[in-house]
Write a protein that binds this ligand. Structure first.
Ligand SMILES: Cc1cc2nc3c(=O)[nH]c(=O)nc-3n(C[C@H](O)[C@H](O)[C@H](O)COP(=O)(O)OP(=O)(O)OC[C@H]3O[C@@H](n4cnc5c(N)ncnc54)[C@H](O)[C@@H]3O)c2cc1C
Length: 395
């Protein structure tokens, strides 16, 4: 079986930033990026349609804030994206909706961040795609539509396998950019009977990894149910629609919805994404289908009320086509971030990146990018020290 230098599980913003930054820093690394989805993006993925080839709807994060505190490495990673026009300022209005469904200018820090909103062009998935297509020369293989289920830590390498073990990969080092293989939520949600990373390295073998797993065990994440709708062409005349409508706290409590996102398609039609909050009912393989149908019905029924201050959009509801609900099992980590000093566990040669790493961007897209950059720089520095100590190209 061929062996790669590094296997990265997850092609969201953090995994792609890690790979993109490593490509900028190192020229002779052999990396495989494994992703359960059809392509890169993760929570900044874009929903396509089989029946409409040019339909692109950002059904996760519609954009994000970038603070002034980016490190030099992160700036170096994202600057080519600005230059290529893939990452652009979103100048469209962001509004707030109260519990009487009246609209006003958004002023909360979440809806109206300092520095404004940034988004991917033509869609959010373009950001991850561009990060992977950077100018680096490290050898990169993609393995999409592959969910890693089994992890095994052997003497000097990792063995990764999918559910039915028809796919496997041997890697000297491993990075997990999501928490699925390390968090007990998988036990209930996927009916797994073990936490794969725990099974791979028994308790007591690696104190750092034990600390990572115990921190994760305590952490919670927010569930989202995002309804996608094709609104068709709108009779706008010169009216400009907002990009997002954030519900204020009383409105959130009233409708159990966080925000509405409007996105125009290249053929003039409009897509709508309703970010529905969770009811708290346990998600299991048995309840999943029923909950998806329940949320679609609930959120569709709320639309006339939520959109009454935008007559041009509410008039389109008669012709609107629901496109299903996307369940985000962990849309945003809420607490117990992983301290950055635990991002790399040298004994087990496993590392972590993602928006669940402690820092100013915890729980946000910016934090995800920064965590990937930080881990890449740490791996690069470790590699340089090995070379300086005479271990040659140890990996
Ligand atoms: C609905 C929604 C709205 C949001 N709004 C905002 C916002 O307004 N502003 C903001 O800053 N952030 C927002 N976020 C958060 C932002 O999207 C995330 O912080 C960021 O995208 C996380 O990137 P990541 O790489 O850490 O994780 P992810 O994007 O989740 O990437 C992890 C990847 O790993 C893959 N994966 C996991 N386990 C396996 C496995 N076993 N095998 C194979 N692949 C695996 C997953 O499929 C996924 O693609 C939002 C998120 C959601 C869901």
């Amino acid at each position: 079986m061929a062996e790669v230098d590094l296997a990265v599980i997850g092609a969201g913003l953090s995994g792609c930033s890690l790979v993109g930054r490593l490509q900028q820093l190192v020229s002779d690394l052999n990396i495989t990026l494994i992703e359960a989805g059809r392509g890169p993006g993760g929570r900044t993925a874009t929903r396509l349609r089989r029946d409409q080839s040019d339909w692109l709807l950002d059904h996760g994060a519609p954009g994000f804030a970038l603070s002034g505190s980016m490190t030099a490495g992160m700036k170096e990673l994202v600057t080519p994206l600005f230059s290529a026009g893939v990452l652009q300022r979103d100048e469209r209005a962001v509004l707030s909706l109260n519990d009487e469904a009246d609209l006003s200018q958004a002023t909360s820090p979440e809806a109206s961040p300092v520095g404004g909103w940034w988004h991917g062009v033509p869609c959010m998935a373009s950001i991850c795609e561009a990060l992977l297509n950077g100018a680096g020369s490290a050898q990169l293989n993609h393995q999409f539509e592959t969910s890693v289920r089994w992890l095994e830590r052997r003497k000097d390498h990792w063995l990764l396998e999918n559910e039915d073990r028809t796919w496997s990969l041997r890697a000297k080092r491993l990075v997990l950019s999501g928490t699925l293989l390390a968090h007990p939520r998988s036990l209930k949600m996927l009916a797994w009977d073990d936490v794969p990373l725990r099974s791979a390295v028994a308790e007591g073998v690696d104190v750092d990894l034990d600390a990572v797993l115990s921190q994760l065990q305590r952490s919670q994440a927010e569930v989202r149910w995002n309804l996608m709708v094709d609104l068709g062409v709108l009779a706008l005349n010169d009216e400009k629609l907002p990009s997002q409508i954030w519900l204020n706290d009383p409105a959130k409590a009233h409708w159990n919805v966080e925000r509405l996102v409007l996105q125009q398609q290249s053929d003039g039609r409009w897509g709508l994404v309703v970010h529905g909050l969770d009811s708290g009912e346990a998600i299991t393989p048995e309840s999943h289908g029923r909950l998806l149908a329940q949320e679609q019905k609930r959120l569709m029924a709320l639309l006339p009320e939520l959109l009454k201050a935008l007559p041009v959009v509410s008039a389109a509801l008669k012709q609107a086509t629901p496109l299903g609900v996307m369940r985000w099992g962990a849309s945003r980590p809420l607490n117990h971030p992983l301290p950055p000093e635990l991002q790399w566990c040298p004994r087990s040669e496993v590392g972590f990146c993602g928006d669940w790493i402690e820092g100013p961007g915890f729980g946000t897209a910016e934090g995800a990018i920064q965590s990937g950059v930080n881990l890449a720089e740490q791996l690069h520095a470790d590699r340089q020290s090995l070379v300086a100590a005479g271990s040659g190209s140890a990996w």
